[in-house]
Design a protein around this ligand. Structure first.
Ligand code: ZN
Ligand code: ZN
Length: 119
């Protein structure tokens, strides 16, 4: 979905950039991209210590990492970055938008946000 790819351009994480849109019927009711939470310094600017360490490792500057044992793909408990879908859900909640029956889309994937049990 090209709109998810457009949203992805807002991602500020130093890792993979992801954009997500939440769709209900044919309407987009929320969007989100991955990066540090609101109120934090952007990931690209050092807002996440773990992502900064991964970037340093990948660019051959491991000697400057805050955790000398860090390797990319590990230490996820130190990452403060929020997933694209999480940001889309948080935005919907902030504005009181129900996600009942909605699906998320990013790239070619789609998944249900919530599904009521059938009676
Ligand atoms: Zn990040
Ligand atoms: Zn991070």
């Amino acid at each position: 979905m090209s709109i998810a790819l457009a949203v992805e351009r807002g991602a500020d994480c130093t890792g993979t950039h992801v954009g997500a849109v939440v769709v209900l019927g044919n309407r987009i009711i929320s969007t989100g991209y991955n990066g540090t939470p609101e109120g934090f310094e952007n990931c690209q600017d050092g807002g996440c210590v773990r992502c900064a360490d991964s970037k340093l490792f990948k660019t051959g500057m491991a000697n400057e990492m805050s955790d000398s044992h860090h390797v990319p793909g590990a230490g996820l408990d130190r990452c403060v970055c929020v997933h694209a879908e999480q940001n889309a859900f948080i935005t919907a909640a902030r504005f009181g938008i129900s996600l009942d029956g909605a699906i998320t889309r990013h790239g070619a994937r789609a998944s249900a946000v919530s599904k009521r049990p059938s009676r």
